[in-house]
Design a protein around this ligand. Structure first.
Ligand code: 6PG
Length: 482
């Protein structure tokens, strides 16, 4: 029994799977793709289902019941603008366009403004979970026009991943571009956790000399953990266990080129954090780590010129090191979520999103790439203190931070001693050490700035703004400052 129809434009694998998910949940799907290839694959998959697949945008719009609901599953960027442009030749005021791609949030603001001016509703909507999630239940992060959200919510709630006892993994993330902002930060956290996992793997591989199989077994144990357990640890165990069926020698991971690409969401997260003045060093360093991975030819040359230590860790210490790595991973994951949530909080204030932070953590509990056991206590922490200054200082996390910090220190020390680049583990340690420091060396920084540029400084013992004659005998002057 159909409950009204729903349009899906863009039938790559994600689009196809979301469309199948929507149909499975009782809605007729009108699916559009201009090219033959994707349209034909969709036709084959839609055989016998409540689907109309069309390659004509005019037919696509005409088949939809007004007020129309159109979900765009198009690669972010110019393609999104092109499809929106084509759609608006046929849509009517009051129709809803939902952008389900990984669009950059300023683009979402621009599109929302232009479409609202013409009377259309626009919902920027993050969707996470990869191909499988799209088909069986993604985490969905919509934002924008609330009236439009209410009209699509019944569909989104049906197709979203479900938590055991905490509802569907969809919530209204806030006004204007909030949905895409939250999804962008989700990806920033995804980058951070993945890089931390890779560094833990690297210490096990290079500092301890373990094989992919042995490391896979360690991660396999961790998949059961209430602390680090989650999708990314699960798939790490899977990736490390996979045998190489092409070359028939050893494990596949050992044959994969050590260069990782990126599509932009991690970089945007770092850029936005700089704009908003929110420190997210673990997440930012994970982008740097990917860039460094891309310098393969330069690294190969440099490896012949620049020396590292020849030290390895005694394998007898394996159990101790594995325990320390576990705690370092746990703490670094907490730091990734803490940095991401802090960024969303600041963005919500600056851009007037009105985001509910506990809800964001709740909808990440299932369906998305960063789902993990940690998200339930994170949700509880933000429920308990909606204006929490940082996850690490909440009573349910501060003890973990205090207990695990010595192990993170130990791991960073071991990595440094053995020459393993602990880009994100090191950044996490420095982040926590900075955040817990009552005094940072910025007193000297103020002095330096005042010395070369008369930028003035503030004092601990007196109110006011001061400038000194640093090289001469001149007096300290008090100024109104700037
Ligand atoms: C998700 C993923 C998805 C995509 C990333 C990958 O939540 O389902 O995050 O959106 O896999 O964009 O990004 P990179 O190619 O930049 O690693």
């Amino acid at each position: 029994m159909s409950q009204g129809n729903f349009g899906v434009a863009g039938l790559g694998v994600m689009g196809q799977n979301v469309a199948l998910n929507i149909e499975r949940n009782g809605f007729q799907v009108i699916a559009y793709n201009r090219s033959d290839e994707n349209a034909n694959v969709m036709r084959a998959k839609a055989e016998g289902k409540n689907f109309i697949v069309t390659q004509s945008i005019e037919e696509f719009v005409k088949k939809l019941e007004p007020p129309r609901r159109v979900l765009l599953m198009v690669t972010a960027g110019k393609g999104t603008d092109a499809v929106i442009d084509a759609l608006t030749h046929y849509l009517q005021p009051g129709d809803i366009i939902i952008d389900g791609g990984n669009s950059h949030f300023p683009d979402t603001n621009r599109r929302a403004e232009a479409l609202h001016a013409k009377g259309y509703h626009f919902v920027g909507c993050g969707i996470s979970g990869g191909d499988e999630g799209a088909l069986w239940g993604p985490s969905i992060m919509p934002g924008g026009n609330y009236e439009a959200y209410e009209r699509i919510a019944p569909v989104l709630e049906k197709i979203a991943a479900k938590t055991k006892d905490d509802g569907a993994c969809v919530t209204y993330c806030g006004r204007t571009s909030a949905g895409h902002y939250v999804k962008m930060v989700h990806n920033g956290i995804e980058y951070g956790i993945m890089q931390v996992i890779c560094e833990v793997y690297d210490v096990l591989r290079n500092s301890l000399g373990l094989s992919a199989k042995e490391i896979g077994e360690i991660f396999q144990k961790w998949t059961k953990s209430q602390e680090v357990g989650g999708f990314l640890v699960d798939i790490t165990a899977v990736c490390l266990a996979k045998k190489d069926d092409q070359a028939k020698k050893g494990h596949l991971v050992d044959q994969i080129l050590d260069t990782a690409g990126q599509k932009g969401t991690g970089k945007w997260t770092a850029q936005s954090a700089l704009d908003l003045g929110v420190p997210i060093p673990t997440l930012s360093m994970s982008v740097e780590a990917r860039i460094l991975s891309g310098l393969k030819p330069l690294r190969v040359e440099a490896a012949k010129i620049l020396d590292g230590p020849e030290v390895k860790i005694d394998k007898k210490k394996k159990d101790d090191v594995v325990d320390a790595l576990y705690n370092a991973l746990h703490l670094s994951m907490i730091a990734c979520y803490a940095q991401g949530m802090a960024l969303i909080q600041e963005a919500s204030k600056t851009y007037d999103y009105g985001t509910n932070y506990a809800e964001v953590a709740r909808i990440w509990k299932e369906g998305c790439i960063i789902r993990s056991k940690l998200l339930d206590p994170i949700k509880e922490a933000f429920k308990d203190q909606p204006d929490l200054s940082n996850l690490m200082v909440h009573p349910s996390f501060s003890k973990i931070v205090n207990d695990s910090l010595p192990d993170l220190r130990k791991v960073v020390r071991l990595a440094a001693k053995t020459g393993v680049p602990a880009t994100c583990l090191g950044a996490t340690l420095a982040y926590i050490d900075s955040y817990r420091s009552e005094f940072l060396p910025a007193n000297l920084l103020q002095a330096l700035r005042d010395n070369f540029g008369a930028h003035t400084y503030k004092r601990l013992d007196r109110e006011g703004v001061f400038h000194s004659d640093w090289n001469g005998e001149g007096p300290v002057t008090e100024s109104s400052g700037h």
